[in-house]
Design a protein around this ligand. Structure first.
Ligand SMILES: *Cc1c(COP(=O)(O)O)cnc(C)c1O
Length: 428
């Protein structure tokens, strides 16, 4: 799990794949794959095209780097309506938060800039409470509770979001270490939802220890939708604060998120943020459009038929596997990650000696092609047990997130994969 998580957060962002993506159009080999241009991409004169920006087929995930998710018409309409009039932002924040809390079934809610913004504001709330003097002093936390405790295996690359409040992170591994790390300086116990299988201390125990010591617990559940029941599940389980992305599974505005949980803490988070000046969160502004867009997204999401969605996604997967089935030695499998991105994905796997291609080769060709296609790596979203057998290094593979494909794109992804992977005469 840690591997794919790092793959998503680091390698694809900083590593070779990302570099290829960023410069693909400059590479000498970048020529359009036959006949695909007409079938995909932006309409003529699209505002992206006018900038010279290339279209991307997103078979990766609801990943921020490629635009998160696409907003359904009701979300766009709400943002447009919201943009036509002036309102008091503090009033809107409070009333939209109240409505969201009611809809979701939690005590309180705040619209943030994203799950990452929720981490910062949630941390600030735990450090300052509602004390205006403390709020105005951040990131100077001298004399305040300023230590965050987390399991070592729950590191994800989002720690800066808590450190910028002026906190220090204490890493532990066992329950005994946690109990002895807790001091009067402890502000918050941070939990990475997706890290649950990797840590020795599971969700329920984490919550129980927080309650025992009266220290707020925070769960970063950014991408853990669907199912919609998870919107309230972790708060009901006892986490004091839970963060979600608005621009991932919820299909809200890309720069939106939710902070859910205990009213006193959510209230404290709100006054640590924009529009209030002199706060650590002033730079994490959500506008009236994002607030109303996210509210519309949540209203829509609570009515969604997950079963119908699953059938639709499996249909897209079948469309791709039918095209790939003629490639001897290529294995396909439907895979649903347990935690986060809990929708059917297509895993493809092959042996490098048989098909003469590595995963990297295929990724690069997909990225360089026209339109550019981004897929996730092999075993994306899968939990790898610590003492798992070492794998056969000949095994190669990729994962297709069909959830983020636009109409017509499953066919294009299938054709491109076939073009690249089908053995060609003369290739040795
Ligand atoms: C995506 C993600 C984030 C960041 O979420 P944003 O909504 O982009 O701020 C934080 N934590 C995890 C586990 C994520 O997957």
């Amino acid at each position: 799990m840690r591997d794919w998580f790092r793959f998503l957060n680091r390698r694809q962002f900083l590593g070779k794949t990302a570099v290829v993506s960023a410069v693909a159009h400059l590479l000498p080999g970048a020529r359009p794959a036959s006949g695909l241009r007409a079938a995909a991409g932006f309409p003529q004169n699209h505002i992206y095209a006018k900038l010279g920006v290339r279209p991307v087929i997103n078979g990766l995930a609801t990943a921020t780097r490629v635009g998160g998710s696409l907003m359904p018409p009701e979300v766009v309409a709400a943002m447009e309506e919201a943009g036509k009039y002036f309102v008091s932002l503090p009033e809107l924040h409070e009333k939209a938060g109240r409505r969201l809390a009611q809809l979701i079934g939690v005590e309180a809610a705040l619209v943030t800039t994203g799950a990452a913004g929720s981490m910062t504001l949630g941390t600030a709330a735990c450090v300052t409470g509602a004390d205006p003097q403390k709020i105005s002093r951040l990131p100077d936390t001298s004399g305040m509770k300023n230590e965050i405790i987390m399991q070592k295996s729950h590191r994800s690359g989002y720690e800066q979001q808590m450190l910028l409040v002026g906190t220090k992170i204490i890493e532990i591994e066992t329950r005994e270490q946690l109990e002895s790390a807790i001091t009067p300086r402890t502000a918050m116990l941070f939990f990475l939802n997706i890290g649950d299988p990797n840590g020795q201390i599971k969700r329920a125990e984490w919550v129980a220890i927080g309650k025992k010591h009266a220290i707020p617990t925070f769960n970063d559940a950014a991408a853990d939708l669907p199912p919609k029941s998870r919107l309230s599940e972790y708060v009901k389980m006892g986490f004091d604060l839970v963060g979600f992305s608005g621009g991932k599974g919820l299909h809200g505005p890309q720069c939106s998120g939710l902070l859910l949980g205990r009213k006193d803490l959510v209230d404290a988070a709100r006054i640590n943020a924009s529009p209030w000046g002199g706060t650590i969160g002033r730079g994490m502004k959500v506008g009236k459009e994002e607030i109303m867009g996210l509210l519309a997204a949540v209203e829509r999401y609570l009515k969604i038929d997950h079963e119908a969605e699953r059938r639709e996604l499996e249909g897209r997967i079948r469309e791709i596997t039918q095209v790939l089935s003629s490639i001897k030695g290529l294995k396909t499998e439907i895979y649903v990650p347990e935690i986060a991105n809990h929708v059917p994905h297509l895993a493809i796997e092959w042996n490098r000696t048989q098909l003469k291609m590595t995963s990297q080769d295929v990724s690069e060709q997909l990225l360089k092609g026209e339109p550019s296609i981004e897929l996730a790596g092999r075993n994306w979203g899968r939990h790898k047990p610590k003492n798992a057998e070492p794998e056969n290094p000949e095994l190669q593979g990729l994962t297709v997130c069909v959830w983020t494909l636009r109409p017509g794109e499953p066919k294009i992804v299938a054709r491109r994969l076939h073009e690249i992977l089908a053995p060609k005469p003369g290739r040795t």
